[in-house]
Design a binder for this molecule. Structure first.
Ligand code: KE4
Length: 429
């Protein structure tokens, strides 16, 4: 694998873009090496500007459940582009996509579209505070909900990757209402409720993908539901990543626990900038212009992005057995990684949920961010680099999840397992 053109491109980017990237995790800082600059994607593959090809398990961090350049989604986007890119006025396609989402989630009566997951979560928090009249929120160490100020506290994903989970530039006044609890530890949540004068909401990734893949236990989610009911707080499931990835309705398709609000993103834009938040009608009625809680966006509900998302969701709805099929491939991949690690004498723990998978170089199970922080990130970095050189594009941090798309064939899975066996053998020496 030669990376000469990407090295040049990275140097050029670095001169005009902070860190050479528009989102920190893409810089490969925690795994080393130069991030390949991508020329195009096709099906289950990425192609970089040096002509290297990679089996892609990142899929733009989740959105591309049908792989790159899906014909149906591309056709829908091109047709929408013919009518113009944006109007700043209502369009019927926004209603169409909203109807699809409302029809899928029994916890959502109304939904508002925005342009990113960060916006969706930031808006949902404001709505929860406006609805309850309370200021405090509870989040969990290791969960990442985008980069809005009050949530950049002990966050996961890139924040954890760089070891600065609480960012400079966020005044203490903006985080003093953010209470921290430990994932899968209900006693830590009870303490937050006991310490607070009024909690507006508890926000959680019900299947965390930003500390690596770490699902919440059903018992824990039931405990959160009970506490929120007891204290009159709203339970928010941040399913920006797990939505349409763990199942058609994310964690809600697997757990019996129902949230009061849901945030969505990634797959609902199919690679175009879309986020969304939804809840029952009485909560959403608080949102401007129906109610007093203000929220807005120039490109919210952009018709081209809506067309991409609508095409993606319609395809998902038309393939009911899809998630079992994608999960069987995820399980096959993780089993192959486990066998390769065992042969190489390396400790490896893995998990899957629907089309999502995760693995840690660890001898102990991982049930929280504190557990995840103990994983062998140095071995992960060497593994990542070795797999890249074998033409496999994995998430460039152990605090991320991986994804199977419909374009991830069995042959690709087998080739990836063979590459993992080869790379791990070298690691084990
Ligand atoms: P965006 O603002 O990046 O669209 O969404 C923020 C967000 C909110 N909630 C959850 C559960 C998320 O996973 C995310 C974003 N995920 C990361 C990947 N771990 C995006 C990748 C990046 O930051 O470049």
């Amino acid at each position: 694998m030669g990376y000469e053109k990407s090295i040049e491109a990275f140097e050029a980017a670095f001169k005009v873009i902070p860190g050479g990237v528009d989102s920190p995790v893409r810089a490969f800082k925690s795994v080393g090496g130069t991030p390949p600059f991508i020329a195009r994607g096709e099906g289950g593959y990425l192609y970089d500007i040096d002509g290297n090809s990679y089996i892609d398990y990142v899929q733009s961090w989740g959105p591309l459940i049908f792989g790159h350049n899906d014909a149906d989604i591309k056709a829908a986007v091109l047709a929408a582009v013919e009518n113009g890119l944006s109007f700043g006025a209502p369009t019927t396609i926004e209603t169409e996509l909203a109807i699809e989402i409302v029809g899928m989630f029994d916890t959502i009566d109304k939904v508002r579209f925005v342009s990113s997951g960060t916006e969706a979560v930031m808006s949902a928090l404001r709505l929860a505070r406006g609805f309850t009249g309370r200021d405090d929120i509870v989040k969990f160490t290791g969960c990442y909900h985008g980069h809005s100020d009050s949530l950049l506290v002990q966050a996961g994903s890139g924040a954890a990757t760089f070891g600065n989970p609480s960012s400079p530039g966020v005044p203490a006044d903006l985080t003093k209402h953010t209470l921290l609890a430990q994932y899968n530890n209900i006693e830590s949540v009870k303490k937050c409720f006991a310490d607070s004068e009024g909690i507006a909401c508890v926000i959680i990734e019900p299947i965390a993908g930003n500390m690596g893949l770490v699902p919440a236990t059903e018992e824990f989610l039931e405990g959160l539901r009970a506490l929120c009911d007891e204290y009159g707080a709203l339970l928010i499931f941040d399913e920006v990543m797990s939505g349409f990835r763990a199942s058609l309705t994310g964690a809600q398709g697997i757990s019996t626990v129902k949230p009061d609000m849901v945030t969505l993103g990634k797959v609902i834009g199919a690679g175009m900038p879309v986020g969304a938040f939804g809840a029952r009608a009485e909560i959403m009625a608080m949102l401007s212009p129906e109610g007093p809680v203000y929220q807005a966006g120039t490109l919210s509900g952009n018709p081209v992005a809506m067309a991409a998302g609508l095409a993606s969701l319609k395809k998902l709805k038309a393939a009911p057995g899809l998630y079992d099929e994608l999960n069987s491939r995820a399980v096959k991949l993780m089993k192959g990684f486990e066998e390769a690690a065992a042969e190489a004498g390396l400790g490896l723990v893995t998990d899957t949920r629907g089309s999502m998978f995760g693995f840690f170089f660890s001898d102990k199970p991982i049930h929280s961010f504190e557990d995840a922080l103990g994983n062998d990130t140095a071995t992960f970095a060497k593994f990542h680099q070795g797999m890249l050189n074998e033409g496999v594009y994995l998430a460039c941090s152990s605090f991320e999840a991986g994804f199977i798309s419909t374009a991830t064939s069995d042959e690709m899975i087998e080739a990836t397992i063979a590459a993992a066996r080869k790379v791990m053998q070298n690691l084990g020496k």
